[in-house]
Design a protein around this ligand. Structure first.
Ligand code: ATP
Ligand code: LTN
Length: 336
């Protein structure tokens, strides 16, 4: 029998999870959980590379963990854990730093963008962000990494670091490939449909949060930016309507032809209401499940503790090899 491939992905607890994260990432993760060995990590160590509120980080980390489970990821089938609970990530980062070039990191577009946005906090962690991400991926001998367009350069760097290390020391790391899900695409902002919906967008009307109340969801869809043509059709130049059609289609499994026929001769008002209702229906079980889970701190603690243990066991296997290859003296277990 062919061995199951390993998938690894990370999500930052840097804001509340949006409909974009759900349709573009999490709902696909749920669909593939039986086919692959999946490892999903809430990357709190990445989140501190920009100034943040510690109390909110702690809350958001647990919220993201609970949301992943509420969306249908099974914490027994998959490994779902908190990055800082597995110190092997930090340890491998240090070693990989010594196999990553200053020039490579200076070319990362996300570093350049974030430095331009936060000129008074260009810290070393922000510069090193991609090496921590490479460590995340390489620790688990990952075959496939589901990532959006914006993370492709980071994945390419992870491959280069792995290749450089393997060239010097033999086959230590599996070379990860990007995994592009068949469906999902990009959900766009409701207030500026030429930009992607982003959890760090300061405008609350631009994004649907997974935990938004039904009234908030309906209100945001009613206000969504469209055009003045009043024809529900998927075509070039109608980015607002295209986005709503993509969302409605993902929520109801109807194709574009069916949607165009359903709303032919009807105004945008009806279409926006129908889209809002379809999203309310899609998210309502997630919200109910989340509210149940977040109250059950004992269960969440057990999940993240067990899963960190499972992750650490896998990570250790890789790290043992790495320590040996670079020439560190093996630490003996003092009780052995
Ligand atoms: P931030 O605003 O902090 O950059 P984000 O909302 O862009 O956050 P990430 O944490 O960078 O989200 O990404 C988590 C996952 O969600 C990634 O796999 C990413 O590709 C996916 N994703 C994020 N935004 C969208 C979107 N608008 N449409 C589809 N997928 C998305
Ligand atoms: N940088 C990613 C989050 C992330 C990640 C990873 C994704 C951290 N480590 C490892 C895939 C694999 C982001 O901002 N979306």
């Amino acid at each position: 029998m062919e061995r199951k491939k390993t998938i690894f992905s990370g999500i930052q607890p840097s804001g509340e999870i949006t409909l974009g994260n759900y349709l573009g990432a999490i709902s696909n993760w749920v669909k593939i959980q039986n086919e692959y060995n999946c490892v999903y990590c809430v990357v709190d160590m990445h989140a501190i590379t920009v100034r943040h509120d510690p109390k909110r980080l702690r809350e958001q980390t647990l919220d993201v963990l609970a949301l992943l489970i509420a969306c249908g990821l099974d914490p027994e089938k998959n490994i779902i854990f908190i990055q800082s609970h597995v110190p092997q990530h930090a340890e491998l980062t240090w070693i990989l730093n010594c196999y990553t070039m200053y020039g490579e990191l200076s070319r990362m577009t996300q570093f350049k963008d974030k430095s331009a946005k936060n000129p008074d906090n260009i810290n070393a962690g922000l510069f090193d962000y991609p090496v921590l991400m490479a460590a995340d991926i390489l620790l688990y001998q990952t075959d496939l990494v589901p990532v959006g367009e914006d993370q492709k350069q980071h994945l390419e760097l992870s491959r280069n670091i792995a290749q450089r290390f393997n060239f010097l020391y033999g086959d230590v790391f599996t070379l990860p490939e990007p995994y592009i899900p068949k469906i999902g695409g990009r959900v766009m902002s409701l207030t500026d449909p030429d930009m992607k919906m982003s959890k760090s967008d300061p405008n609350p009307n631009s994004k649907i949060l997974l935990l938004d109340e039904p009234e908030a969801i309906m209100r945001k869809f009613r206000r969504a930016v469209t055009d003045s043509e009043a024809v529900v059709a998927y075509r070039e130049g109608k980015s607002g309507i295209n986005n709503l059609m993509a969302i409605y289609s993902a929520a109801t499994s109807k194709d574009y032809k069916t949607i165009e026929a359903e709303f032919s001769g009807r105004g945008y008002g009806d279409f926006k209401t129908a889209t809002g209702e379809s999203v309310v229906e899609l998210l309502s079980p997630v919200r109910t499940k989340f509210n149940e889970l977040i109250k059950n701190k004992d269960y969440l603690t057990r999940v993240y503790t067990d899963n960190a243990g499972r992750a650490a066991a896998l990570a250790d296997r890789t790290l043992e090899k790495v320590r040996k290859k670079v020439g560190f003296v093996k630490k003996e277990n003092k009780n052995a």
